[in-house]
Design a protein around this ligand. Structure first.
Ligand code: C2O
Length: 599
């Protein structure tokens, strides 16, 4: 699967043979007239031998053919037909090097619309490859295809890819590893081995039915039946002992775990019994190393951690475990998944277990989050904006919609659950916002009046207001090119205070401050860290608290920002930034590819 570091293939395909339907990947290069999207070179064609294979050509173009089709998968003794990429669950690991161009041709063979997001990739001037359905593109309909064509510029580390339509990412996800430039290496000793570990959620039920039913009744959706390590639930669940992820290790070596939280709706604690973890990177940005027993990772976030194995392990194997962190007032999957750190074969039954915090231990989460600092070195500077052009305050949290007459609803007090930013619940447009923007045809698609401060200020983390109804609209915040933005994300206690992992597309931001209660515009900013704040693409707004981030709007396009809990995203906890072109030619959006899907 993985391309070696510069070593030419051969890679064996992981399935018997490529399906004939993949031939368009070889036969038809994307017909685009622009020079920025040049056609495939001939030798690149010839090197695409199998559909799961990646090729490092001399031009550093990585070609992927991604067949989305239904595949039977069994977990917890339940067999489901799920969408997969090339028959794999979790999906294939993609490996590129900083500066490479990644070309992924997606063929949709399923009965759902689909689109793919390259979570954390900045997609400079090239929102066409970003992927969120109805934001940067119309989804790829069944029987159609689309080529994601982008260059990974100025980024390296662990990111991931996932579907960005409805809840399809529960099954359609995989690692996206960006190696640093050849001459560069890591700012820590090179690990003996690097291992991606994706945390996920398994539902016995059909997840599209789960969310559709919840949106219909207004109640909270059914929760997952298991958490998974690389798709495997492990011995704490029904008939899953055979489905246990095992990481085989040698004594006295350092491994780098590339952790990715791909769960739908749950922040997770993670630990390994009798071992410590040294965090060295978050969301593909190096951090000052710090060592912990337990870490917390939110959906959307990635973290590289170094694990040094014991030279004389007392036990042949140790348990790795994940369990949820939440303060929700609703139900949640309160189970623990176990995987095995294996020095020598051992029965998975009675391994030493790591002690993970209780599900609602916000103190443990705060203690952990406080450790993150950028390297902020000469080689890896923290380019945090020091001057701010625009200050914005967004409340993020839940709310309600009235129950339609002639229906009974299962949300709070007979209403329907909703979620919002500044009381605006995002209304999904019928067509892609980025296209509307490129064509300057906004009427009937979007409004440029997203509120930049709360429309009705209240005690956000105190007793909630009586009226919790939200407004609905497809609203954006327009920004002039190169605007320096400070955004305070303020959690609310409406329908219960809980944390929200907010993810920004197209950018990283610097996390300059956070705290509990209501943000204080006088006393909090003087305490900001402007020296070495962590740079991320997803940050958890603390339970009943706030977080302040800064970014420079230097990437033109329309960029979604949303809660990475899919249930909250479905309820409308999202908005978009419309970053206008700058005056120079290299500050303008690229033209759309000719195969951009139609709605
Ligand atoms: Cu990883 Cu818009 O999401």
């Amino acid at each position: 699967m993985v391309s070696g570091e510069g070593t030419p293939p051969p890679h064996a395909p992981s399935s018997p043979s490529p399906p004939p339907s993949c031939s368009p990947c070889r036969a038809s290069p994307p017909a685009t007239p622009t020079t920025t999207r040049s056609t495939y070179a001939h030798d690149e064609h010839r090197t695409v031998r199998s559909y799961t294979m990646q090729v490092r050509s001399p031009m550093h173009v990585v070609l992927i053919c991604a067949q989305v089709r239904m595949t039977n998968v069994t977990r917890l003794c339940v067999t489901k037909s799920i969408p997969t990429v090339n028959g794999q669950f979790p999906g294939p690991k993609l490996t590129v090097r900083e500066g490479d161009r990644l070309v992924v041709k997606v063929h949709n063979h399923i009965n759902y619309n689909v689109s793919f997001h390259w979570h954390g990739v900045r997609q400079l001037r090239n929102g066409w490859a970003d992927g969120p359905s109805y934001i940067t593109q119309c989804p790829i309909q069944g029987g159609q295809s689309y080529v994601y064509d982008f260059t990974v510029t100025g980024q390296h580390g662990t990111l991931w890819w996932h579907a960005h339509f409805s809840w399809l990412r529960v099954h359609l996800y995989g690692p996206l590893v960006i190696l640093p430039k050849r001459a560069e290496g890591y700012p820590f000793p090179r690990p003996y081995k690097e291992v991606p570990i994706l945390f996920g959620e398994w539902f016995n039920a059909d997840t599209e039915a789960v969310i559709n039913q919840a949106l219909q009744t207004g109640g909270g959706p059914n929760v997952s039946d298991a958490y998974t390590f690389n798709g495997l639930p492990g011995p704490t669940y029904n008939c899953s002992a055979q489905d246990t992820y095992k990481l085989k290790v040698k004594p006295g070596r350092t491994y780098m775990l590339r952790l990715i939280n791909s769960a739908l709706n749950d922040e997770l604690f993670f630990g390994i019994a009798n071992h410590t973890l040294t965090v060295v990177e978050a969301d593909a940005n190096y951090v000052k190393p710090f060592t912990v027993q337990t870490l917390v990772i939110s959906p959307g976030q990635t973290m590289n951690v170094l694990l040094t194995t014991a030279s004389n392990p007392a036990s042949p194997a140790y348990a790795m475990a994940i369990s949820p962190y939440t303060n929700t007032q609703g139900t949640f999957d309160n189970t623990t998944a176990v995987a095995v750190l294996e020095y020598a074969p051992a029965p998975a039954g009675n391994l030493p277990l790591p002690a993970l915090p209780l599900y609602n231990d916000t103190g443990a989460v705060t203690n952990f989050s406080r450790n993150f600092r950028s390297l902020a070195s000469a080689q890896y500077p923290a380019r945090v904006p020091l001057a701010v052009d625009r200050h914005l305050l967004f409340t993020v949290g839940l709310g309600t919609d009235p129950c339609p007459s002639n229906q009974t609803c299962q949300g709070p007090n007979g209403t329907k659950f909703a979620a919002s930013i500044n009381n605006n619940s995002f209304f999904r447009p019928r067509t892609a916002l980025l296209e509307a923007h490129y064509q300057r045809r906004y009427a009937g698609v979007l409004l440029a009046n997203f509120p930049t401060t709360p429309p009705h200020p209240f005690n956000y983390t105190g007793t909630p207001p009586n009226n919790t109804f939200v407004q609905h609209g497809t609203r954006v915040v327009p920004l002039r090119f190169n605007t320096s933005v400070e955004l305070v994300l303020q959690g609310t206690s409406i329908q219960g205070a809980e944390s929200h992992p907010l993810h920004l597309h197209g950018y990283n931001f610097f996390v300059v401050g956070e705290g509990f209660g209501n943000f204080d515009p006088v006393n909090d900013p003087p305490r900001y860290n402007l020296a070495d704040p962590v740079e991320r693409n997803t940050i958890s707004v603390p339970t009943a608290g706030w977080v302040a981030v800064r970014f420079l709007a230097d990437n033109p396009g329309v960029w979604l920002m949303h809660c990475h809990f899919d249930v909250h995203l479905s309820w409308g906890l999202s908005m978009a930034w419309l970053v206008n072109d700058g005056p120079l030619p290299n500050q303008k959006m690229l033209p759309p590819p000719s195969d951009l899907p139609k709605c």
